[in-house]
Design a protein around this ligand. Sequence first.
Ligand code: HEC
Length: 323
Amino acid sequence: MTGSILDLIATEHPAFVHVPLGMVIALPFAMAFSFKAKHPHPWKLASFFIAGLAFMGCMVALISGLLWGRQISLIPPGGFFPVVASQKQVLQKMLQLHEIAALVGVVIGLLCLILLWRSLRQDRDARHNVPTLRRRLSDRGVGLAPMLFSLLWLASWGFCGKLGGIMVFGNEETNKAAAAADQAKKNDVEADLPIRALDYASLEPVQAAPMKSKAHGNRWVRIWVTASGIADYKAGKPLPAGTYAVLSTMEDAHGKPGQELGPLYMRETLADGRVSFAFYWPRVPEASRTQTGGEDSAYWRSPSEKLQACAVCHATAGPAVRQ
Ligand code: HEC
């Protein structure tokens, strides 16, 4: 129950930030009237009331924003600010600014509230509650300092709200970044699964039966190579650009290939001649997790440093070095 209320508070962040924002817009007007009024006290009281509500609204907005950011993983769990790992993370950069502006607004809001409170206290003294129209401007109404703070509050929250709007609805920059991320994903069809390696049975098998391979965890392996590269591979030449080899594996069971499937290994010569590796082990049995650093599923691709060991033997596109 509390979970769903928290969820609601989090996801409705973009909706109820408008409450404090509206109050912060109304505040300087109420304050301005206190300068003009014959009896400024009621306008001061109204200003204090509006500022108090705005401040409470701000706190709720702050908390809901934090919850929401964590819920959608823009803010790390237990953290308060997004981590900006690269300049391409437009959203994270914007969220940082958004949070800073919100915090600045809250501090200014608090100061504004305190000054209003003090000014109301002074009104208890009858001297201050008489018509003030003939006084110097700075002595009139709520006074100039709270007025200035209310405008700064509005400026920081206005800026914060503008960034919030961009994050929710997007602008040219964020939409471009999202489109670029989409395109990068489309260009990388194997971002989530090594599709070509999984389809190894469509390639040319190099040997008819599994053989034991010390180099690959002492497993039983079969090698499969793309049709366009098989002749070169068999001749001991480098795999031509654009071709690849997959090594399917079975775990050893008492000196024979067992029922348990091992990981898939893939080696590819890219169009530019570089060698690229992949290692796919969708379900790592508990006893073998020391080999994957504790992970229960592994999908590693070049340039992952976890594949550095592969390059020790497979430094070139040619046959591997036996060790
Ligand atoms: C200790 C040396 C060594 C290491 C480390 C090694 N390999 Fe191999 N690899 C070989 C040898 C030797 C062969 C030839 C077949 C055999 O003897 O198992 C081979 C074969 C292969 C093949 C079949 C195509 C071919 O080149 O013959 C693939 C694919 C492959 N390895 C991928 C990998 C990947 C991916 C890794 C890293 C996770 C890796 N290898 C780590 C030595 C190694």
